[in-house]
Ligand binder design. Sequence first.
Ligand code: BJW
Length: 233
Amino acid sequence: MAEIARIVILTGAGISAESGIDTFRAAGGLWEQHRVEDVATPEGFARNPDLVLNFYDMRRAALARVAPNAAHLALARLEREFAGDLLLVTQNVDDLHERGGSARVLHMHGELKSALCQACGMRSRWEQAMIDRPPCPVCQARALRPDVVWFGEMPYQMGRIYQALAACDLFVSIGTSGAVYPAAGFVAEARDAGARCLELNLEPSEGSHLFHETRLGAASRLVPEWVEEVLGG
Ligand code: BJW
């Protein structure tokens, strides 16, 4: 592992599953409990804002009842101790990477603890509920929405992510089904750019054949083992 200088890591809902946060596509997961088109599209929000605000208010409040697991902690250790470049990109809207100690996390699908003002466009740190239409801290308009990326919307910081994928030696995908683009396409980008691609997942993702290696198991075991390998040389 000594020759690895630039790593890009992509995490998905699977890394937070053992902390008690539901994944999306598993049996009993979030998309079995709620219709995607109702709660995760701009059209669904326009049709029934109360339903959508309530869905995200509940999930934001639930963060207080969960804690980072060994996989989040291991990635924070990697950030502290790895001498090369590391970009941690998460599709997750929870804050478990930060609470596990990661200081530099790119939330490409937004964050539960952030509000996006539809009037002024500003993003503000947000901890409370939105159901009562609180005013935007910047412009005072009662036009806040959850700062999450819904289907049909552009994920955050794509330029920076593609730049890092084009330059990395190692791409590691952790706990994501590979069902949602553009994140599902990152492995092909990295592979085409010459990076080694490693998947750590409970079950093979949809793009599993594109990885040079897939390790199957729980993130809380696989991620600390892999971090130890990288740091141990
Ligand atoms: C464990 C485990 C354990 C369990 N240990 N592992 C082709 C190209 C480009 C776009 C499209 C395309 N075709 C269609 C599109 C459009 C669309 C899309 O992808 N649709 C698909 C359904 C086909 N994409 C979009 O609209 C995106 N925007 C966009 O494309 O803009 C244009 C653009 C084009 C080109 C370049 C750039 C931009 C936006 C997508 C937004 C997704 N939003 C959501 C909701 C966010 C808010 C919220 O949380 O409510 O994001 S959907 C949902 O899915 C959420 C997740 O981040 C995302 C991914 O889910 P994830 O994390 O993979 O979870 P699961 O449940 O699917 O999988 C869990 C995995 O964990 C499984 O593999 C388990 O095995 C594993 N696991 N326990 C380890 N203990």
